[in-house]
Design a protein around this ligand. Structure first.
Ligand SMILES: Cc1cc2nc3c(=O)[nH]c(=O)nc-3n(C[C@H](O)[C@H](O)[C@H](O)COP(=O)(O)OP(=O)(O)OC[C@H]3O[C@@H](n4cnc5c(N)ncnc54)[C@H](O)[C@@H]3O)c2cc1C
Length: 385
């Protein structure tokens, strides 16, 4: 550890990436403090699926004993085309249904049990980097906090990333999916159903709420501040499916867009990035939360070794090299999925071609490995060695 740093590692953000990283750092013997702006854990609906690679990581870190065995769904999809995930080369094939709120509760309990400090109510506003330490300041801190290494796990609008001057290039939103959880409606379940005017998804949950998601072909994503109104979602639903849901009671509304960005570097000196702070993507196929957990896992062991003086700094550059390449590949494949899913009738020939290719075992296997987070096997092997 640098001589002037009061702490070995400060992590900004107690989402899935920050919390998994904190526990992994402790397992590697490093001291870590997590600073989180929210005073309470988030309760909103977000990701719902863990993939096979994430389950392998949870197993390795001893988290499965705490999680138990979640419901498993062997069928996934690639760009909305059904894809059987049960044959992938993993002890945990398929998609594991765990709400993000439960993932965060579990990870925070585990990280604290490993000895991580989680300080809530601290909103980081500024980052300074000196030769021997990095320093953060902000709301909820009596004085600036120093650490040998600072990790931004503070989500897609990352303060750490922008304060460190790390560029976040990519492509802006062009398409969007409107989403709502609605009470008091009775419509058929639909799994990525394509209509001439767009795409519709409906799924009735045991609590009686129905999650609807709808995309209108040819409708460009507007610049939005906040969630769409329910009348906008209901109008889009009627345009696409012909069904009326406007009499229902919305309890959650959201618009997902297809903006895609990746931080130019995942490391700049004493600053590192992981999770949504390092990449932004549409949550097609449930990849974002899993990518972030996989970043945090790759960084945990490397940073623990460097921060405790047991490993060379080059391990941190290797983290950048490995995860930057893996995320770049994931974003590019997600772009294909997004076009298959949200594209209009002009995508039908591509969908027919890919569905035909998916009849071949080797193609199915390759795509199932991607959706399961197992495609970069070389990278996974390197992490384990
Ligand atoms: C409505 C919605 C639905 C989603 N659905 C899916 C899905 O179906 N599948 C999927 O894979 N993903 C989905 N996602 C994306 C998924 O939630 C994210 O990929 C995941 O949360 C990223 O984890 P993270 O730890 O990188 O960042 P986050 O979960 O964003 O955590 C960042 C944390 O940092 C804190 N923070 C931010 N700034 C500061 C600061 N300056 N100081 C201190 N703390 C700070 C925040 O309060 C937050 O707790 C969804 C997201 C949303 C919003």
């Amino acid at each position: 550890m640098a001589a002037d740093a009061a702490r070995q590692v400060v992590v900004v953000g107690a989402g899935p990436a920050g919390l998994l990283l904190a526990g992994a750092l402790r397992i590697g013997g490093a001291e870590v403090t997590v600073l989180e702006r929210r005073t309470e854990r988030a309760t909103e609906t977000r990701a719902t699926t863990l993939n096979a690679r994430t389950m392998e990581i949870f197993d390795e870190l001893g988290l499965l004993d705490l999680l138990g065995v979640p419901p498993n769904e062997p069928m996934g999809h690639f760009g909305g085309i059904p894809l059987d995930l049960s044959g992938v080369d993993s002890r945990y094939p398929g998609q594991w249904k765990v709400p993000q709120t439960r993932v965060e509760e579990l990870l925070e309990k585990w990280a604290v049990e490993q000895g991580a400090q989680v300080r809530r109510g601290v909103g980081v506003r500024s980052v300074r980097v000196r030769s021997k330490f990095a320093e953060v300041d902000g709301e909820g801190l009596d004085e600036p906090m120093r650490a040998a290494y600072l990790v931004g796990c503070d989500g897609q609008d990352s303060t750490v990333r922008s304060e460190a001057g790390i560029a976040f290039p990519g492509t802006p939103a062009t398409h969007e999916l409107l989403a709502a959880d609605v009470a008091g409606i009775d419509i058929p379940n639909r799994r990525f159903e394509r209509f001439p005017a767009g795409l519709a998804v409906a799924s009735r949950r045991p609590d009686g709420l129905t999650r609807v998601m709808v995309h209108r072909h040819g409708h460009l994503a507007p610049r939005r501040i906040g969630a769409p109104s329910f009348s906008e979602v209901a109008a889009a639903w009627r345009t696409v499916t012909g069904e009326g849901i406007g009499h229902g009671e919305p309890v959650w509304l959201h618009a997902f867009d297809n903006a895609a960005r990746q931080a130019e570097r995942f490391r700049r000196g004493r600053i590192l990035l992981a999770g949504d702070a390092a990449h932004r993507q549409m949550p097609v196929g449930g990849l974002p939360i899993n990518l972030g957990i996989q970043d945090a896992h790759a960084l945990g062991a490397a940073l623990a070794a460097v921060a405790t003086g047991r490993g060379p700094e080059s391990l941190l550059d290797a983290y950048h090299d490995r995860r930057h390449a893996a995320v770049r590949k994931a974003l590019s494949t997600m772009r294909v999925q997004e076009q298959l899913l949200l594209g209009g009738p002009e995508q039908d020939p591509h969908r027919t071609l890919i569905a035909g290719l998916m009849a071949h075992r080797s193609v199915r296997h390759e795509l199932a490995a991607f959706v399961s987070g197992l495609d970069s096997q070389e990278e996974n092997d390197a992490e384990e060695n």
